[in-house]
Design a binder for this molecule. Structure first.
Ligand code: COI
Length: 355
């Protein structure tokens, strides 16, 4: 065992990294060799350790299995052009992780623990960070309630863990979406802005119905009136109206995406107009009809930028012509150039990991 800043490291005796075909990565299928765990008990985080990836042993009474106290983050580590490894904007994910923890009445994780755990973990798994452009090591910090009780309560015990998976693109093709006007992902005052498991669980049934009807994803609308666009299945949504990048304003029912924030910053600095505002279904439909909606795309950690090729509104499908020089691709290229070190990172977004 090596002890590094209170994180004990137990290395596997048999790495699987050389058995992996990095040219055929299916999103989230493979785990790396190790996992990080820290336990929250008696009001403090303890036993922080990196150990070989394995199943867990939990009480069937663990509160997280029953009442949904489970949150997560999605982040990526990249192999830069000069061979260094960087984690993209870990502080932003750290802040959102604790925002989710507060909303779900869970223990918060100290910043040093979150960042140090990521750093040590990625350093140890450095061989798992893919070299091909478009690939990365997807990092999944998550936390869930482990206290063994059946009464409904905020737990006093938690696991904070990090696992990782080498990944290629989440969507390999442009996506077809359907504006959802029956089911709801999140309501104002609910947990939509928190990255908690329940939001994703609630989305599965409508997503399954949409898939059966020939769509890849739904475009969520507000819970009360279904007249305002919110976000897409696993991503925030953005439009190009004329020459302006438009995305719905954040609210308690929309996730504050790190890719969303990065794309808005880049768009502004590249001289495009940017508007965070209400987007009604009626406006979107009118712009799809008169051609002023030039592009639509999802923005998320897993998906990066996912071009939307068609939007269905109340049974009517509108196609979008995806051009190779589209603004979304310019934004994606700028983002990738920063992540890979081809363009100077003036924003301080890359957190360099020393192996
Ligand atoms: C991410 O982009 O990291 C997400 O949270 C989507 C994920 C659920 C696949």
């Amino acid at each position: 065992m090596i002890v590094t800043s209170n994180i004990q490291i137990q290395k596997t005796t048999r790495s699987r990294v050389h058995e992996v075909d990095f040219s055929k990565l299916e999103f989230g299928k493979l785990s790396t060799d190790h996992m990080f765990i820290a336990e929250y008990r008696n009001g403090e985080w303890q036993d922080a350790r990196i150990v070989p990836f394995s199943n867990l042993s939990l009480s069937p009474f663990a509160l997280g299995l029953h009442y949904g106290q489970t949150i997560f983050e999605g982040m990526k580590a990249f192999r830069m052009a000069d061979g260094q490894i960087s984690i993209f904007r870990p502080e932003k994910n750290f802040e959102r992780f604790n925002l989710s923890a507060r909303r779900m009445c869970m223990a918060e994780v100290p910043k040093d623990l979150f960042i140090d755990a990521l750093h040590q973990f990625v350093a140890l798994e450095h061989e798992w960070v893919p070299k091909a452009e478009g690939s990365s090591l997807y990092l999944r910090p998550f936390m869930f309630a482990t206290e063994a009780r059946l009464g409904v309560k905020a737990a006093d015990e938690y696991y904070f863990m990090i696992v990782a998976s080498p990944v290629g693109p989440y969507y390999s093709q442009p996506v077809k979406v359907k504006v959802e006007t029956e089911y709801v992902r999140a309501a104002e005052g609910g947990t939509g802005h928190a990255k908690c498991g329940g939001n994703y669980g609630a989305s599965l049934y409508p997503a399954m119905l949409a898939k059966k009807a020939g769509f890849d994803q739904v475009l969520w609308t507000d819970a009360k009136t279904h007249t305002h666009i919110e976000e897409s299945g696993t991503m925030n949504v953005m439009f190009r109206f004329g020459d302006v990048v438009v995305t719905p304003t954040l609210s308690s029912s929309i996730l504050d995406g790190v890719t969303r924030d990065s794309i808005l910053t880049l768009a502004e600095d590249m001289g495009f107009g940017v508007e965070e505002r209400d987007v009604t279904v009626a406006e979107l439909e009118q712009r799809l009809q008169n051609g002023s909606c030039k592009e639509a795309f999802g923005a998320g950690t897993a998906a990066v930028i996912a071009p939307i090729e068609s939007i269905n509104i109340q049974g009517e499908s509108y196609r979008l012509n995806i051009q190779p020089d589209a603004l979304m691709f310019q934004l994606k290229k700028r983002l990738n150039d920063i992540r890979l070190g081809y363009t100077e990172d003036v924003y301080g977004w890359n957190y360099i990991v020393q192996p």
